[in-house]
Design a protein around this ligand. Structure first.
Ligand SMILES: NC(=O)c1ccc[n+]([C@@H]2O[C@H](COP(=O)([O-])OP(=O)(O)OC[C@H]3O[C@@H](n4cnc5c(N)ncnc54)[C@H](OP(=O)(O)O)[C@@H]3O)[C@@H](O)[C@H]2O)c1
Length: 360
């Protein structure tokens, strides 16, 4: 089969003929239908987003049709359309460890251990390929997805699910006023869709890219956009003005920013007893004033990946139209030119995504 392979970080992503994956104990073989190529994939390939086990077929997430299932796997059945999460847990309750397959990302303290190395050695696999062998725990059956009107839009399910993980962890309820930092990005755009579906009374979408923010504003009259241009105090004032007060929930979905100013602008808008959830890729330390966190009784949470239950709820909401994907613009690309695909992905943002469709 054909796949995009990465020999090592910093080398080119190349189209290669590799052996067809064979099903083995604990595994599932999927024929990939549509896989999002995130905007930051080139940065990841170049080594700017952390370590990755190489050589490997690259790629995380996506949907596919289950072709083969090992005898000891009961999560999916042959012929089903399934979501690939790429999220593998050690299952050891005493010291849980988690890794992403075919991508960067180690859970917990983010450091490699003998266990995470072993998990990534045994399951050296990714989804930018015609087929993928995945552990049974990293795939989720999507009943009804086989008749979905536009399967390429389902390539966005992993990003929606991760964003929904953050929104659920915030405890957001209908009527809440929500701020999404980095809403012009794909994760932030997903968070806006999830917050709207969950009944937010107001969603303030904060970012830089004007076109992405404009698209979000046209989604729903509850969305107001703020262009981040004016530093921490100015951004916080603009967010509060767009909210008409303080935020019940702030979701930070920013990419790696050079300072923590925008994250802190979001913190400055959280109301007393409000919640802020950190979901993005910011690598800065946050100067959180002890007394502010204490007096405003703010809950500050992290959110990394999500449960299968969350991903399933997202699928049900998409299927029912509760999460409205009509504004999601999906461009598709085949396997033939990975370099051109990385360039196209880099140019995609917000609710405009690139999906790899290995066999159109
Ligand atoms: N927690 C998890 O489980 C999880 C899972 C997957 C990914 N992530 C992280 O989520 C982050 C966002 O993902 P994504 O796909 O949305 O990435 P993305 O498309 O690159 O979006 C990044 C967002 O950050 C904004 N941004 C970047 N640099 C900025 C700066 N200097 N100042 C202000 N805004 C800036 C971008 O604004 P403009 O586009 O307007 O410039 C955009 O809104 C990634 O960094 C990734 O590491 C987390």
């Amino acid at each position: 089969m054909q796949a995009w392979t990465l020999d090592e970080l910093g080398s080119a992503l190349t189209l290669e003929e590799v052996p067809d994956p064979l099903v083995r104990s604990g595994g599932v073989v999927l024929r990939m239908l549509a896989v999002q190529v995130p905007a930051y994939t080139r940065a990841l390939v170049e080594g700017g987003r952390g370590v990755i086990a190489t050589p490997t077929v690259l790629g995380i997430g996506g949907i596919g049709v289950v072709e083969e299932v090992a005898d000891d796997v009961t999560t999916v059945r042959p012929g089903e359309t399934a979501l690939c999460t790429g999220f593998l847990r050690s299952g050891r309750v005493a010291d849980p460890e988690e890794v992403l397959l075919g991508w960067t990302g180690i859970g917990g303290r983010g450091v490699t251990t003998a266990t995470t190395d072993r998990m990534r050695r045994v399951w050296r696999t990714g989804t930018f390929a015609e087929r993928a062998l995945m552990p049974g725990s990293a795939v989720l059956a999507l009943p009804g997805a086989d008749v979905h009107a536009d399967p390429t839009k389902l390539a966005f399910l992993p990003w929606l699910s991760v964003a929904a993980g953050a929104v659920e962890r915030s405890g957001m309820t209908a009527g809440d006023r929500v701020v999404v930092l980095g809403a012009s990005g794909q994760m932030g755009g997903a968070a806006v869709l999830v917050a709207l579906a969950r009944g937010a009374s107001r969603v303030v979408a904060v970012g830089r890219d004007a076109a992405s923010l404009d698209r979000l504003e046209t989604l729903d009259s509850r969305v107001g956009a703020v262009r981040s241009v004016s530093g921490r105090a100015g951004d916080a004032a603009a967010i509060s003005a767009a909210l008409g007060g303080e935020a019940d929930v702030v979701i930070d979905a920013l990419g790696p920013t050079p300072t923590s100013d925008l994250t802190m602008a979001g913190f400055d808008t959280v109301r007393t007893d409000g919640t802020m959830v950190l979901l993005g890729g910011v690598r800065q330390s946050l100067p959180i004033p002890y007394d502010q966190l204490m007096r405003r009784r703010i809950t500050l949470r992290g959110s990394w990946m999500c449960s299968e239950e969350t991903a399933f709820r997202v699928w049900r909401q998409v299927e029912a139209g509760v999460i409205d994907l009509s504004a999601l613009d999906v461009r598709t690309v085949g396997l033939e030119d990975p370099e051109a695909a990385l360039t196209q992905a880099e140019q995609s943002r917000g609710l405009s995504i690139l999906a790899l469709t290995p066999r159109p």
